[in-house]
Design a protein around this ligand. Structure first.
Ligand code: SF4
Length: 115
């Protein structure tokens, strides 16, 4: 990602970084053992937040992103996460799930390194 783009999304990136750590703690979920996965998902959320002001789920394809925002289903934390603790992006994993680490923290520098 070029430096102009990084600068453009840095505020959203920091907001989503904070959100992910707090929400993992609140829900007793954990990040993936591979921090590059966590980084990519947080960056994807930040890109949408930067574009629309809300973090649409970055792991889906949308025919119409604005319509999806109006539906409010795939705005993170999405309905499946809120209702059943199911995160399809491997951002928030239950402790016994495959790929779950034991951490609810990720360094912001790790996210920047994976941009
Ligand atoms: S699947 Fe849901 S909780 Fe997971 S990143 Fe996407 S919107 Fe967020």
């Amino acid at each position: 990602m070029n430096s102009k783009k990084v600068e453009e999304i840095s505020e959203s990136l920091e907001a989503m970084h904070k959100f992910a750590q707090i929400y993992a703690k609140q829900t007793n979920t954990f990040f993936c053992f591979d921090p590059s996965i966590t980084s990519v998902v947080i960056t994807g959320l930040a890109n949408y937040k930067n574009k629309y002001g809300v973090p649409l789920c970055p792991c889906r394809n949308y025919h119409n992103e604005k319509a999806e925002i109006d539906l409010n289903y795939w705005i993170c934390p999405c309905v499946s996460m809120r209702e059943r603790k199911e995160c399809h992006c491997t951002l928030f994993l239950k402790p016994d799930q495959e790929y779950a680490s034991q951490t609810q923290k990720i360094d912001i520098d790790t996210i920047y390194e994976n941009l």
